[in-house]
Design a binder for this molecule. Structure first.
Ligand code: NAP
Ligand code: 8YV
Length: 322
C-alpha cells in the first residue's frame, strides 16, 4: 500500500485516452517512470502500459511487489510475458473492443494506397490540377487480398473486403474451420496468389520480418503491401529497396520498426501512404480500451478473475482467481 492507502501503480508510457488518467487517480497512487525510485519501486503493485513502452526483465526485477500489468492495447509484444509469468504477475490486454475500428482504418488505408488519395489531395492543394488531370491509378477491382493473420481484426477486415467484392486468402499457422477463405500455410505461395497483402498478426520474435524480400518478390510489380500489425513484422529495409526498384507497386503503413521515427527513405517515396499508428485512434475506441484496462485492474484488486488475460496468462489467471 502507498501512504494514501491506495495501491501504487506505475503508468508506463503515454496513454491517449483522456478518461483513463482520472479513473486511475481515483483508485491508485499513480507514479510515472521518471518518479520511480528504489524506495517506491518496492511497493508498485500494478502497471498500466501502452504506446509501445517496454515492460522488460530489468523493469520487472525492480518491482518485487508487482501483481498485474494491464496493457492498453490488444498487442502486447512490448511486455516480456514469460518473465512476468515467471514472477506470478498477470498480464491483461484489450482484445475485441477495437476490432471494427482497426478494420475500418485498414480499409481506408488500403483504398488510399490503391487509389493514391493522399497524393491526389496534395495535387489539388499544390494547385497542380489546372495543368492537367491527376494520373490514373491502380484499382481494387479484380484484385485478391491475402491477409497475413485472420484473428479478431483480420476477420473484421475480411468481412469488409467481402462487401467490396474482393476475394480473400489468408496465411496463419493454423487453418480456421469456420471460414471458407483459402488458407495458405506458406506465405510466399500466398504472396504469389494475391495482389495485395495485409499484415494483421501480433508482433514479437515469432513474426519478426515475416514479410521479407522473397515475400515481396512473390507479391510482384503490381503488388501492394498494407501493414497495420507491427513494424517488426516487415523487413523495412527490404521494403524500401522493393518500393524503390519497383519490385512491388506501393505500400500503406500504419506501423514502423522504430516508432515514432519513420526512415527518411520511406518519407521520400511517392508510392507509400504513411500513418502515425492510428488504427484504434478514435475517442470512442480509445475510451473503450481505457475502460477495459480499468475493469481488469478493478477485478484483480477486488479478488475476482481478470476479464481479458493474455493467452499465455490464462492458466495463471485461473489459478490466482481460484
Ligand atoms: P488475434 O485475434 O490474436 O489474431 C492473430 C492472428 O495472427 C491469428 O490469425 C493467428 O493465427 C495469426 N498468427 C499469430 N502468430 C502467427 C505467426 N507466427 N505466423 C502467422 N500467423 C500468425 O489478434 P488481433 O486481435 O486480430 O490483433 C492482431 C494484431 O494487430 C495485434 O497483436 C497488434 O499487434 C495489431 N494491432 C494493430 C493496431 C494498430 O493500431 N495498427 C491496432 C490493434 C491491433 P495462428 O495462431 O493460427 O497463427
Ligand atoms: C494502440 C495497438 O494504439 O491495440 C494495439 O495493439 O497497436 C493500438 O490499438 C496501442 O496499443 C496504444 O498503446
Amino acid at each position: 500500500m502507498s501512504d494514501a492507502g491506495r495501491p501504487l501503480l506505475l503508468q508506463n508510457g503515454k496513454i491517449s485516452d483522456p478518461a483513463l488518467a482520472p479513473a486511475l487517480a481515483e483508485r491508485f497512487e499513480v507514479i510515472f517512470p521518471d518518479g520511480l525510485t528504489d524506495e517506491n519501486a518496492a511497493h508498485v503493485r500494478a502497471i498500466v502500459s501502452g504506446g509501445g513502452h517496454k515492460v522488460d526483465e530489468a523493469l520487472l526485477a525492480r518491482l518485487p511487489a508487482l501483481e498485474i500489468i494491464s496493457n492498453f492495447g490488444v498487442g502486447y509484444d512490448s511486455v516480456n510475458v514469460p518473465a512476468a509469468v515467471a514472477r506470478n504477475v498477470i498480464v491483461t490486454h484489450t482484445p475485441g473492443v477495437l476490432d471494427e475500428e482497426v478494420a475500418d482504418l485498414t480499409l481506408a488505408l488500403l483504398l488510399a494506397t490503391v487509389r493514391q488519395l493522399p497524393q491526389a489531395d496534395r495535387y489539388v492543394r499544390e494547385g497542380r490540377w489546372p495543368s492537367g488531370p491527376f494520373p490514373l491509378t491502380s484499382s481494387l477491382r479484380g484484385r485478391t487480398v491475402g491477409l497475413i493473420g485472420l484473428g479478431r481484426i483480420g476477420l473484421a477486415i475480411a468481412r469488409r473486403l467481402e462487401a467490396f467484392g474482393t476475394p480473400v486468402l489468408y496465411h496463419s499457422r493454423n487453418a480456421r474451420s469456420d471460414v471458407a477463405y483459402r488458407h495458405y500455410p506458406d506465405l510466399v505461395e500466398m504472396a504469389r496468389a494475391a495482389d495485395i497483402l495485409v499484415c494483421i498478426v501480433p508482433g514479437g520474435a515469432q513474426t519478426r520480418h515475416l514479410v521479407n524480400a522473397p515475400v515481396l518478390e512473390a507479391l510482384g510489380g503490381q503488388g501492394i503491401l498494407i501493414n497495420v500489425a507491427r513494424g517488426s513484422v516487415v523487413d523495412e529495409a527490404a521494403l524500401i529497396a522493393a518500393l524503390r526498384a519497383g519490385v512491388i507497386h506501393a505500400a500503406g503503413l500504419d506501423v514502423f520498426e522504430q516508432e515514432p521515427n519513420v526512415p527518411q527513405a520511406l518519407r521520400d517515396l511517392e508510392n507509400v501512404v504513411l500513418l502515425p499508428h492510428v488504427g484504434s485512434g478514435t475517442f470512442a475506441t480509445r475510451a473503450a480500451m481505457g475502460r477495459l484496462v480499468v475493469e481488469n485492474l478493478d477485478a484483480w484488486f477486488a479478488g475476482h478473475p481478470v476479464l481479458t488475460p493474455v493467452p499465455e496468462c490464462a492458466q495463471l489467471a485461473a489459478r490466482r482467481a481460484g
